[in-house]
Design a protein around this ligand. Structure first.
Ligand SMILES: [Zn+2]
Length: 252
């Protein structure tokens, strides 16, 4: 499935033939703890799946290919809990090198699609610098940035918890839909009795407290409202909004 969309499934001739007209998407995730019930690959799964599905959705208008997901991200704020993390500096350097490689390969329209909050600044910095340095069009977004209004208004996604939050009701629903075999149904975190998260908390002030930046016990909110059905409802809305953003970027 999706093989025709994957850059690394193409030959060098096929890449050369499409590069100047196609859009290439770099999915960016993270490898970090996601509570007792979700796997470390959660954000990487989201980045790749959303990139593949939204590129499939725009094929009627223009060719779009997806680079292999950059699974590692900036996750130092999860330490000492399990995470394989790049520093902010390293992350920016890696992103810049991959963007430069795409330009050298011939791509003129490049989009970064991020699924992890800790990468949000790095994708913008790399985009700003390389677009100017290489004189190409580069777009960068985190999926919730383009889909947030639709998720709130059409799916009432904020009732699940923070959007996207971390290992809470929202991400758990998405994983139950995308990779149910990786969700530990018997290890859901205990229900929390703190306030039900509000919309304001989804857009809260940026605060980092050493060893406690992710929320209580590494989770932003609990999963009591998470469900496979809710995941199946919110994913198409994300895909539609990301595809819309890609069309806007390409002017098609
Ligand atoms: Zn996550």
């Amino acid at each position: 499935m999706f093989n025709h969309l994957k850059l690394d499934s193409l030959t060098r001739e096929e890449v050369t033939n499409i590069a100047s007209e196609a859009m290439i998407v770099l999915p960016v995730g993270a490898i970090e703890q996601h509570g007792p019930h979700l796997p470390l690959c959660t954000d990487a799964v989201f980045a790749e799946e959303i990139a593949l599905r939204s590129c499939a959705a725009v094929q009627d208008s223009f060719r779009a290919v997806v680079a292999p997901v950059l699974s590692y991200g900036n996750s130092h704020h999860h330490f000492p809990m399990p995470a394989l993390s790049l520093t902010s500096e390293a992350m920016t350097i890696v992103l810049k090198d991959l963007l430069r490689s795409m330009v050298t390969t011939g791509f003129k329209h490049i989009a970064i699609l991020n699924s992890h909050g800790g990468n949000d600044e790095a994708i913008r910095m790399a985009t700003r610098d390389i677009a100017r340095e290489c004189q190409v069009n580069i777009a960068a977004t985190s999926y919730w940035t383009v889909a947030w209004e639709a998720l709130r208004n059409e799916c009432q996604a904020t009732q699940l918890g923070r959007v996207p939050g971390h290992a809470g009701g929202f991400e758990t629903s998405l994983m139950l839909h995308l990779r149910p075999e990786l969700v530990r149904l018997n290890s859901f975190p205990p229900h929390r009795h703190d306030e039900i998260p509000t919309e304001e908390m989804s857009r809260r002030m940026f605060i980092q407290r050493p060893n406690n930046s992710v929320g209580v016990n590494g989770i932003s909110d609990d999963s009591r409202h998470a469900s496979k059905e809710k995941g199946a409802e919110i994913l198409p809305v994300i895909i539609r909004e990301v595809a819309r953003a890609f069309r806007q970027f390409m002017g098609k």
